[in-house]
Design a protein around this ligand. Structure first.
Ligand SMILES: N[C@@H](CCC(=O)N[C@@H](CS)C(=O)NCC(=O)O)C(=O)O
Length: 215
């Protein structure tokens, strides 16, 4: 299988980590959503990453869809628990996903608009949303007091929260120490080999038209 996308994308990164934990190997295409936009669009009409091309040629886009496929393919991994713990995990994943979505929006606003034409209202609103979600995630980490976010083992909640928090720290940027329990959980997970294997520092893409007003 082939995984398309740079690992500075937290969406691509969480897929790479989950695939690896499940025992899959993949060819990696380190294509940038800026420079390789047209090439990515040949697989994904939205021109976004991650894209996973299965061995039979089927193309999966959207990290949640790819992970849904993986959960069914690799039930031994127990990416998500069941029952109440599953809902707890999905709630944390939802918060982290919303924050990452706002983080991407913040980054795109800065990439595509000059300082003078950026919407300060939009930037402030997005930052409030990111900070609100990180506050709730911090409470979730504090309640677990150093354990995995749900249950007794690493789940997709840990993978997602950590990948997205690290992305936000670099892309927004933010000082994670403001949320100490979250910062501690992120530090613990980022020290693991599988997280280190798929880390790349946030890279600011330079698409055609960047900083053009009204882009
Ligand atoms: N909800 C999507 C988000 C994917 C996404 O936003 N990827 C970014 C890379 S970090 C991207 O492709 N951005 C390019 C663009 O939206 O133009 C997922 O989880 O896969």
């Amino acid at each position: 299988m082939i995984l398309i996308g740079l690992f500075d994308s937290p969406f691509t990164r969480r897929v790479a980590i989950a695939l690896t934990l499940a025992g899959y190997t993949f060819e990696h295409r380190a294509w940038s959503v800026g420079a390789d936009f047209d090439r990515i669009r040949e697989y994904s009409p939205l021109g976004r990453v991650p894209v996973l091309v299965l061995d039979d040629g089927e193309v999966l886009t959207e990290s949640a869809l790819i992970l849904d496929w993986l959960e069914h393919e690799a039930p031994h991994l127990a990416l998500l628990p069941s029952g109440r713990e599953r809902r707890d995990a999905l709630r944390l994943i939802g918060l982290a996903s919303g924050a990452a979505d706002r983080g991407v929006a913040l980054a795109l606003e800065r990439i595509f608009h000059s300082d003078a034409t950026q919407s300060k209202t939009f930037l402030a609103r997005s930052l409030t949303q990111v900070e609100g979600a990180l506050g709730a995630l911090d409470a979730g980490c504090a309640a677990r007091d150093g354990q995995w976010l749900v249950g007794e083992a690493m789940t997709l909640a840990d993978i997602t929260v950590v990948c997205y928090a690290t992305y936000l720290v670099e892309a927004v940027p933010l000082v994670l120490a403001r949320w100490p329990a979250l910062a501690a959980h992120v530090a613990r997970c980022e020290a693991l080999d599988v997280f280190k294997q798929f880390y790349a520092p946030f890279y600011v893409p330079q698409p055609k038209g960047a900083k053009e007003d009204n882009a």
